[in-house]
Write a protein that binds this ligand. Structure first.
Ligand code: SAM
Length: 364
């Protein structure tokens, strides 16, 4: 355990201003007066997020993910929080393990993105057993969903796929599969069936994330959540290892792609995990080589500060224990299932893309 009991962790931003926990860039300052990159630091957390490429932790502009803690834990007039609502949804998820899909951290990120963007359409690439579809629908009963997956039957022995009963969901699965890039974006826009400007694309298909981001940008999509935002050197598939925003922003071999992406986004933010890796110190499992999981000995120099610090603050420990108890999870995370719930984290990120004039489109 770290030895800073009950210290207050306050986000600090250099050369920017801060409203609550929200990042506000100093874009009003003339560029010549902004010396060096903006950066974001957190008390008692080693990582520094820079507003530039070539570093392990990048941030840009303003995203609701920067403000995730407050959005989840602020009480409304009835004393309820978004976390309360999420826990009810999470408790009732169709597959409690979701072996090859999202767990608490990523489900919270997806749920928040839908709540905040209020998209008219979510295009979900990679459905598997339908658990992520369930969270999208739970976040918004009025959003259209295109649920895309080439397989008829879920992988990882996950049983039957959860099928949304809403008529607002179109399943492009199995025989009806159409790849994200092959949807008739232009035709649907022309017919007024979709509005790319208010569409969220959720990428969880382990394909080439960068090409998919650059591709849907051509159709005018403005919001993307990338679930498997693997770190440099990590990934479950060949494409995972050479295509995520986090890799493009850091790897010298992808400098062209990283620069292009950085210059063509309004905002980039990684969603904070609920609790830090140190909460899994009782777990002795080895680190998964592909990545996607935090372990207690992580140095935490390349991920954003968690929402709660039960290791530092008593009130956060109470909240953590409440969340774990509500979901029937052992907070020591000693057993594999409990560990997987809280430590599955792959830097899931939100990108707000620039509206693209065609001349700026990326061509390799
Ligand atoms: C990690 S799973 C998705 C998990 C799901 N989003 C969840 O959180 O429960 C990845 C899925 O991507 C699917 N997939 C593979 N190629 C795809 C493609 N071209 N388009 C969409 N999905 C694809 C696989 O069949 C698999 O079901």
């Amino acid at each position: 355990m770290e030895s800073h009991p009950f210290l207050t962790a306050v986000s600090k931003i250099d050369q920017g201003t801060q409203t609550g926990a929200q990042y506000v860039s100093s874009s009003l300052a003339p560029p010549s007066l902004v010396a060096g990159p903006k950066r974001k630091t957190w008390d008692n957390w080693p990582a520094i997020a820079y507003e530039k490429v070539g570093v392990p932790l990048v941030t840009k502009g303003k995203s609701f993910y920067h403000n995730a803690h407050d959005l989840y834990f602020q009480k409304d007039a009835n004393g309820k929080t978004l976390m309360d609502e999420f826990l009810e949804v999470y408790k009732n998820r169709p597959d409690p393990v979701n072996m090859c899909g999202i767990r608490i951290n990523h489900a919270m990120a997806l749920f928040l993105a839908v709540k905040q963007i209020q998209p008219t359409l979510v295009v979900e690439s990679g459905v598997n057993a339908g658990v992520s579809t369930y969270f999208i629908r739970a976040a918004s009963p009025i959003t259209k969903i295109f649920a895309i997956d080439p397989l008829e039957v879920p992988i990882c022995n996950q049983g039957d796929r959860w099928i949304d009963s809403s008529r607002l969901t179109t399943n492009y699965t199995g025989k009806k599969f159409v790849d994200l890039m092959d949807l008739d974006w232009k035709g649907m826009v022309a017919k007024g069936e979709i509005d790319p400007d208010s569409t969220l694309v959720f990428i969880d298909d382990h394909l080439h994330a960068f090409k998919r981001i650059a591709g849907v940008m051509k159709f005018g999509v403005r919001h993307i959540v990338v679930e498997d935002n693997y770190k440099y050197g990590e990934g479950a598939t060949m494409d995972d290892k050479r295509s995520t925003p986090k890799q493009m922003f850091l790897g010298k071999e992808w400098k062209k792609e990283g620069d292009w992406l950085f210059n063509n986004i309004v905002a980039y933010a990684e969603f904070p995990p609920i609790v830090p890796p140190i909460m899994a110190q009782a777990n002795t499992d080895e680190r998964k080589r592909a990545g996607g999981f935090m372990v207690a000995v992580d140095d935490n120099t390349d991920i954003v500060s968690p929402m709660l610090r039960p290791d530092l603050r008593e009130e956060d420990m109470k909240l953590y224990k409440h969340i774990a108890a509500t979901l029937g999870i052992d907070p020591s995370l000693k057993d594999k299932m409990s560990y997987m719930q809280f430590m599955n984290y792959n830097q899931i990120c939100h990108l707000e893309l620039l509206p693209m004039p065609p001349t700026l489109l990326y061509e390799k």
